[in-house]
Design a protein around this ligand. Sequence first.
Ligand SMILES: Cc1cc2nc3c(=O)[nH]c(=O)nc-3n(C[C@H](O)[C@H](O)[C@H](O)COP(=O)(O)OP(=O)(O)OC[C@H]3O[C@@H](n4cnc5c(N)ncnc54)[C@H](O)[C@@H]3O)c2cc1C
Length: 520
Amino acid sequence: MSKLTKTVVVVGGGIAGWLTAGRLAAKHQSHKAHGLNVVLIESANIPAVGVGEGTWPTMRNTLKALGISETDFIRECDASFKQGAKFAKWCTGKEDDFYYHPLVLPQGFGKTDLAAHWLAKQGQVSSFSNEVCYQEAICEQGLAPKTIRTPEFSDVANYAYHLDSAKFAVFLQKHCQEKLGITHIIDDVVVINSVDTEYDADKGDISSVTTQNHGDISGELFVDCTGFSSLLLGKHFGIPFKSCRDSLFIDTALALQVPYDSDDSSIASHTISTGQEAGWIWDIGLQHRRGVGYVYSSQHSSEEEAKAVLAEYVGEKFSSLDVRKIPIVSGHREKLWHKNCVAIGLSAGFLEPLEASALVMVELAAQMVSEQLPQSREVMEVVAKRFNETALYRWQKIIDFLKLHYILSERTEPFWADNRDPETIPQSLKELMKLWQYRAPADHDFTSNNEVFPAASYQYVLYGMGFKSDYCHTTYIFEDKELAESHFMQNKKLIDKALSSLPSNRELLNKIKEFGFSRI
Ligand SMILES: Cc1cc2nc3c(=O)[nH]c(=O)nc-3n(C[C@H](O)[C@H](O)[C@H](O)COP(=O)(O)OP(=O)(O)OC[C@H]3O[C@@H](n4cnc5c(N)ncnc54)[C@H](O)[C@@H]3O)c2cc1C
């Protein structure tokens, strides 16, 4: 009989570690005597990365699955609502240059191709995102995606979160320990021990990890959440790292925390991503401060130049703030699950913070491992093979989608010009761009059910960046003009309704702190 999975050891107590341990414990009833034993080992000496403030809407389901109350989460993690991203100065670099990638799908998406109808009217109407989706108007007014009467995790407009990642890790730890029955060990893993057998299928598996003060911790499955060090999958197993530097040039972040001018300053309801000469600046509004950072390519900018760009963006407060430099190595491991070890989080890979794709990859991986947890060693290879195929597909699609943001820019600085070099564009993206010369992105362009970004997201970026699909040979598409017009009208009505009924982001957050949402 092959070894049964009784204990999962998660190494690392950053967000990836706690989310994964939490997902496993919640699904497999670790708080009960017969449940799965989940152990999380976290070093007190090696700090978590401590950035990562933008999530996807998927985080709502993840929190729900862990049994977390949205009110508690918002109160304790300095969290606010995020309704997409505003991309400023990515296209021409001029002051009036911006577009939105909202979280609500275009009106009538899948029923009619509003992109074709919008392209036919271009120049006479406003931006694509504003004509087909009511969320841009909500964000421009700094409004929340719901009201205090909307139950926890439900919405009026689809939303994700901005959060303080250090507070989130502490909040998850407390919840996981108190409610989910996870064993927490604070110690350094110093040695990784292998199964010592000549013939069995588990030869070379990890049998235990040796800690500085708690001895050997054994398990049947080990989850590597050790951040950029990738201690188990990278260092111990030597699984090679696949660099994406050829396509995505960002390799350095300068991050800082900017206080608001006053307690009632407005809180942006979207991430603001502003193009700069060698990269872009993120600006994320939390309840008590903003998280701001410049991610840039060191081949296109010196650190001094980057600091000057950031100083100009932040204004006079800059000189009194601490700037943290974080190197970024863009890429991922060649495989993510090897033998009885799976890497989740930064240990698996990281590209750049654009479109907040890191935490969603953690959520997807944690969900997959908990749902498909191999019951015994015998089935682990099969689960691992599928996990690797899915995860590698997702990494490639994220690379394509991130690169799409750069290739249509008209900016002339070397960073942007180099990004347009066809040699730097993945073949898979080139193929999609060929298709989209003549029509808008549609769900059938993607052949897997493991897509991370829906076709709607590609539409928002393409038409936001000024791309024009040429429908001149496709007259049939305009036969449903009436239907399309009714969707455009519907969008206008939804904008009016939202603007007259939604509170400001700050107002709602204050009410949540005072009264809380009705619990589900
Ligand atoms: C500049 C920047 C901006 C980002 N912005 C976003 C964003 O907006 N949205 C998003 O989704 N993601 C973002 N990310 C990614 C996000 O920060 C991470 O995906 C997330 O924080 C998860 O990190 P982690 O848990 O994998 O690693 P870490 O936070 O680095 O945690 C690693 C853990 O492993 C432990 N550890 C390491 N070695 C040992 C050892 N030997 N023994 C015991 N424990 C050990 C450490 O103590 C720590 O607890 C950003 C990343 C960067 C660099």
